[in-house]
Design a protein around this ligand. Structure first.
Ligand code: HMG
Ligand code: MG
Length: 329
């Protein structure tokens, strides 16, 4: 039976804002998260417990987590907030807040039986982030792929033991700013298998540079399927740097993928990927999915308003063609 439901993971508050040079006020970040919570989006990536020396913009992620625990934003669907943690130090920062508010969030077990209509307490997700090339791993994590995976093993084990969902990114799967187009899909398959065996619930495949094309997206997904990786364990994370994000989305959808990452207003870029522009805009993905008869559960008009507001707020152009069209701008 054809499954027309698509889950969109909103990465704007983390991936979208992390690269901004000017410090964005905490109140603006919280307003962004609270507004996104009202749109029907189920998962919002809200911060990163990473070194503030490496990514200063994410330095107030503890305050963000504390805020959503103390004041769960009203939402039409059960919400999950995702936070990056590259090592156990980052995870410990999250744990220390969770231990102060032990009943403020829902565990993975409690959440899994819920219907999509119930709201209430948010669930938390921890995200680790590997790379498909050694150069990108060094630039982003200051260590080799193998070392990063052994660190993630501890993070994943401890997060799962605390009954939290775990997402694992693999960046630069379709092109690397330092190594070019030739990223080996078999390498991606091996890393994804390792992360799933460690206990990750989902792998998000990042086309960090936007160098992905339709044939290479197909080649990658075919390779992962041949390696025994199930579509339901995968999410696609496209960037629109070369304008290929929706074409690649169509290929992934056709392949059977049903989870897609995007960023309101097309915000973002990776600090360790020179020249990379934004993530594909949430507005564009929602509009595209609707045009195909897919069901995202996301209110396009509301998301377009948020994209317009946040891009003005941080002094950027709105990168969403759909957002601008919907608003008549
Ligand atoms: P390092 O310098 O090798 O680490 O960095 P270290 O263990 O030597 O520690 C250095 C300092 O950082 C120490 O502080 C630690 O305490 C501190 P000092 O003694 O100098 O004062 N530290 C931390 N502080 C807060 N939270 C932590 C933490 N860990 C250490 N968790 C490290 C290694 C992994 C920490 C660093 O490389 C790092 O933080 N990297 C993160 C970079 C990042 O966030 N990149 C963006 C996310 S990935 C991405 O955007 C791509 C993606 O979106 C997909 C896509 O778009 O395609 C996922
Ligand atoms: Mg991204």
């Amino acid at each position: 039976k054809f499954d027309n439901r698509v889950k969109i993971v909103e990465v704007g508050p983390r991936d979208g804002l992390q690269n901004e040079k000017k410090s964005i006020p905490l109140a603006t970040k919280i307003e962004l998260i609270e507004r996104l919570a009202k749109t029907g989006l189920q998962t919002i990536e809200a911060g990163a417990f990473v070194s503030p020396k490496w990514v200063p913009q994410m330095a107030n992620s503890s305050e963000i987590l504390e805020h959503v625990l103390k004041n769960p934003p009203p939402s039409p669907v059960p919400l999950t907030f995702s936070f990056l943690a590259p090592n156990t130090k980052g995870l410990d920062s999250a744990f220390s807040l969770l231990s102060q508010h032990p009943t403020a969030f829902e565990t993975e077990t409690a959440r899994s039986g819920k219907s999509s209509q119930e709201g209430g307490k948010p669930a938390l997700e921890i995200a680790v982030f590997a790379a498909a090339t050694e150069s990108f791993s060094q630039k982003n994590l200051n260590c080799s792929i193998d070392t990063s995976l052994s660190r993630f093993q501890d993070v994943i084990q401890q997060a799962k033991a605390a009954n939290l969902r775990v997402r694992a990114y693999i960046s630069v799967v379709l092109g690397c700013p330092f190594e070019g187009y030739d990223v080996d899909p078999h390498r991606v398959a091996t890393i994804a298998t390792t992360l799933l065996e460690m206990g990750a619930d989902e792998i998000s495949l990042g086309d960090t540079t936007g160098m992905g094309t339709a044939p290479r997206t197909k080649e990658l997904l075919t390779c992962l399927s041949s390696a025994g990786i199930r579509n339901e364990d995968l999410a696609m994370h496209f960037h629109d740097t070369y304008g290929q994000a929706l074409v690649n989305t169509a290929v992934a959808l056709e392949h059977g993928i049903r989870t897609f990452d995007s960023s309101v207003g097309g915000l973002g870029g990776c600090p360790y990927s020179p020249g990379a522009t934004g993530n594909v805009a949430t507005e564009n993905v929602v509009y595209f999915m609707e045009s195909l008869g897919m069901d995202t559960g996301v209110d396009l008009d509301r998301v377009a308003d948020i994209g317009d507001w946040i891009t003005r707020e941080i002094g950027k152009g709105n990168d969403s063609a759909v957002g601008k069209a919907v608003l008549g701008a």
